[in-house]
Design a protein around this ligand. Structure first.
Ligand code: GTP
Length: 238
């Protein structure tokens, strides 16, 4: 097992959909609690943590057409969903004694601080878990892209995308039995293969800024720590 002890600062993108667990909607109490527990453990290892929340457990901007809503409006609805998840995570983390700062790309100052790059870097240096919400604050950009952008802005060592799948597969594992999981891919592999597991804008940003990405399954106990400590989980893209 390869050890990866050198991460000083990580950015963890939490899929909104994974937060709902077995429910069809909303936040699973046990899942958010387990995630918070793991984040606390990671912090105890001396690693600085920034989180980016997705919002798919409440609303997905890509459903715009189906609902007869314009894409921009739907994306704003999705951004509000990421704020709901951020508030919940902040509360659960702070109940466990983890200091946090909630940041929003959209101005919602009664709830969250605005994004000021140098200020959030100071929060991280002081050991606070920084929770980024509202994506990039712009419609037409995904929360994956927000995660890549924020990771680069705060100079994180890796972007960890914790999601509903174990990694990147050759085929859709739900449809194709012989689908194989890749342990390691290049940015160009993802871009050329039209693999949909992470959006291309995010991958392009990471490629240009040489930020490695790891994609792994969120809702298995201990997986976030494993994704940080060793290389035998998920798919590494660099
Ligand atoms: P330091 O100056 O590094 O000590 O940072 P700090 O975050 O502790 O200081 P500050 O006095 O700015 O913040 C105190 C509390 O207010 C923290 O919980 C912040 O998250 C919160 N806070 C700061 N600015 C805002 C804001 O614009 N909106 C909201 N809702 N909370 C804020």
């Amino acid at each position: 097992m390869d050890e990866n002890p050198n991460f000083k600062r990580i950015l963890l993108k939490l899929s909104g959909e994974a937060l709902k667990g077995d429910a069809s909607f909303g936040i699973s109490n046990s899942i958010i609690d387990e995630i918070a527990e793991e984040i606390k453990e990671i912090q105890n290892l001396g690693i600085e943590i920034a989180l980016v929340t997705g919002g798919g457990n409440f609303f997905r901007g890509v459903r715009a057409k189906e609902l007869g809503i314009g894409r921009a409006s739907a994306d704003y609805m999705g951004m509000l969903a990421t704020i709901i998840n951020g508030i919940a995570l902040q509360d659960v983390l702070e109940k466990k004694g983890v200091k946090t700062r909630l940041i929003s790309a959209l101005e919602i100052k009664e709830i969250a601080e605005p994004f000021i790059r140098r200020r959030v870097i100071r929060h991280l240096e002081k050991g606070r878990v920084v929770i980024f919400t509202s994506g990039t604050g712009n419609p037409f950009f995904s929360t994956d892209t927000a995660a890549a952008l924020r990771a680069i802005e705060v100079k994180a060592d890796i972007l960890l995308k914790a999601t509903m799948v174990e990694g990147v597969y050759s085929h859709d594992p739900k449809k194709v039995k012989k689908a194989v999981k890749f342990d390691h891919l290049s940015y160009s592999d993802i871009l050329s293969k039209e693999l949909k597991v992470i959006d291309h804008t995010a991958v392009t940003l990471c490629k240009e800024n040489k930020l490695p990405i790891k994609i792994f399954f969120l809702t298995k106990k201990g997986n976030i720590i494993k994704a940080i400590k060793n290389n035998d989980i998920g798919t590494l893209i660099d």
